[in-house]
Design a protein around this ligand. Structure first.
Ligand SMILES: Cc1cc2nc3c(=O)[nH]c(=O)nc-3n(C[C@H](O)[C@H](O)[C@H](O)COP(=O)(O)OP(=O)(O)OC[C@H]3O[C@@H](n4cnc5c(N)ncnc54)[C@H](O)[C@@H]3O)c2cc1C
Length: 322
């Protein structure tokens, strides 16, 4: 049994979600004598030494047109390395890049594709993958068949603490993909001291109930005390109060934090589809009948503009005393 992971680079290392996938893969192949293979592409392979212990093999895919990331050459190069290695299961972390790559690879390789997954277990030589269905009202467990299966997992689905492997072998795969049809003229990384929304363990999100753009700062203040990220509903993005990059939901980011504090959000299914696997949800809403309370472990009926600052002040006091 071998499990391959397509690694995603971030700030000279790799996304936390990549490390989580490698960890779960090690857990599953551990007793079965299988291999975990990490694939790093282009200049993202420069940090490959950071994957020592994370996989049995680290394959650096090298060749023209691979840096910076562009979908066309990456599809060609990754399809090439997967065809050569013939794995049964390949894991991706959910995200913008995966949404672009995974379906195209699936078509190119005739593979089955599964997105938005949360759980992965071995079942003999096959795999059982769990994902939400019907907008999070149910969970479906899918068994991988005989074909290659490409699966994307929500960040924070697994812990990254599985035993490292004793030995990691480093290899290079030479690819000669076609140039991209898109030319990258400039990259402007968003400057933020906060953890990225998709990787954050704690997220504070707000919606139209916050009433005015200047009130978004109460989300930021609470997120800072919690060491987390800020998210918003689409209503706020559509109103031009916040960037789409921090929208949670069907047409935004899908997240699975340990804690989701959500204030002034009604809980429309398009929003909850992006957060319904958060481990603990604290909802603040002025309307006791708001649907968001159906997803909440803790519900506070009240004015978000009063409740959130009170929560922030209390947490600051607790931190000071600690
Ligand atoms: C194809 C499609 C995709 C979509 N994708 C997304 C998506 O990705 N993400 C997303 O969020 N939405 C998405 N939507 C929109 C979604 O259906 C809802 O319209 C949106 O989530 C509503 O945002 P909201 O809860 O902030 O606003 P509202 O629905 O207006 O809710 C505001 C809430 O705030 C409460 N409130 C008011 N004042 C206060 C106060 N002072 N204190 C506390 N609570 C207060 C109200 O009781 C209410 O529950 C999508 C819709 C479509 C059709």
């Amino acid at each position: 049994m071998s499990i391959w992971v397509i690694c995603e680079g971030q700030e000279g290392g790799y996304r936390a979600s990549t490390l989580e996938l490698l960890s779960q893969a090690r857990r599953l192949v551990g007793g079965a004598g299988g291999q975990v293979v990490a694939v790093a592409v282009g200049d993202e392979a420069a940090a490959a030494q950071a994957l020592r212990g994370a996989a049995h093999r680290v394959v650096a895919v090298q060749g023209p047109n691979l840096s910076p990331y562009a979908a066309d050459p990456w599809v060609g190069a990754v399809a090439g390395v997967l065809s050569a290695g013939a794995p049964r299961l390949v894991l991706f972390a959910e995200g913008t890049r995966t949404r672009e790559l995974l379906p195209r690879l699936a078509v190119r390789l005739g593979a089955s594709a599964l997105t938005n997954a949360l759980g992965l277990e071995a079942d003999g030589e096959a795999f059982l993958l769990t994902r939400p269905a019907f907008g999070g009202k149910a969970y479906a467990t899918v068994r991988s068949g005989d074909r290659l299966c490409l699966a994307a997992f929500r960040p924070n689905s697994f812990d990254a603490g599985a035993e490292p492997v004793a030995e990691t072998q480093f290899e290079t795969h030479q690819a000669s993909p076609d140039p991209s049809r898109v030319e990258v003229l400039e990259k402007r990384p968003r400057a933020s001291a906060r953890v990225p929304l998709t990787e954050a363990q704690r997220v504070v999100a707000g919606g139209r109930g916050l009433r005015a753009p200047e009130n978004l700062k109460i989300l930021e203040e609470l997120a800072d005390v919690l060491g987390g990220a800020v998210g918003v509903s689409r209503a706020i993005v559509d109103a031009g109060w916040a960037d789409h990059a921090i929208q949670v939901g069907k047409s935004g980011k899908t997240i699975s934090p340990a804690l989701y504090v959500v204030a002034g959000v009604s809980g429309a299914v398009h929003h909850t589809m992006g957060m319904d696997t958060a481990k603990v949800v604290v909802a603040v809403n002025a309307d006791p009948k708001a649907p968001i309370f159906q997803y909440a472990d803790y519900g506070i009926v009240g004015d978000a503009l009063q409740v959130l600052p009170a929560l922030t002040a209390e947490l600051r006091a607790v931190k000071r005393e600690a």
